[in-house]
Design a protein. Sequence first.
Length: 277
Amino acid sequence: MVDLKTTTWELADEGVGLLTLSRPERHNAWTGRMHTEIRHLIQTAEDDPSVRVVVITGDPAGRAFCPGADSQALEGHAERGGYDAGTPADIATPGFGLRPEFDADFAFFLALETVTIAAVNGAAAGAGLVLACWCDLRFAAAGVKLTTAHGKLNLPAEYGLSWLLPRIVGQAHANDLVLSSRAVLTEEAATMGLVNSVHPPEEVLDIALAYARRLVRAVSPHALRASKRQLAIDTVRNDPAESVRDAQARLDQMTTEPDYREAIRAFVERRPADWAD
């Protein structure tokens, strides 16, 4: 068990975990320790079948979601003459092993069976924006800044953003965000499709948790896992027929399961389903 020093973890509701980035004295800035703890907590969620959705947010006392790398760490990199990720060799590897394309920092989010939702309750820059982008969904506070940040620090686009952003917002918007490193407010980000919706800051976490609860209650556990897996695998294959065949194989299996029979009964009886899986 990793001793949590930069994050907190709680079960916010049945089936929903809440992971909070918590370095309020440094505005929840990113460190190797935080990276390590996030990986550990995501692995904890993956290993617990009762957790179907994880909501990730920033400690409100930090007045940001995550502004990227801690400035003191950046100074240390400069003094040492090179980058040090600050993570141990035995860091958790959630999602690894499904496909080699996903076996890397942050790319593993695609391979998770657990759905991840970012509740971006303050500014997100650099690695903070990376974390939010690799989540499946993003709900954001109104009027806060988002930026890739790297260009102004003589750094490359980080952790696969040059691959991921075009798939979220399209090539033109991705080129703008990656090449300029300019800051955009969440309202503009919503017009790009970078965030799903924008809300008053005090409501963002509640909105994200409510969405997570709806997923847990309205969607069968196996359907949620299968849908997430289909979306992930289809990002790295260029064969629509293979996608259709995969869907058909899943259909053949899932229609034999008790939760399918329960879903049909609930539909006919006009009541919520009582999932067994």
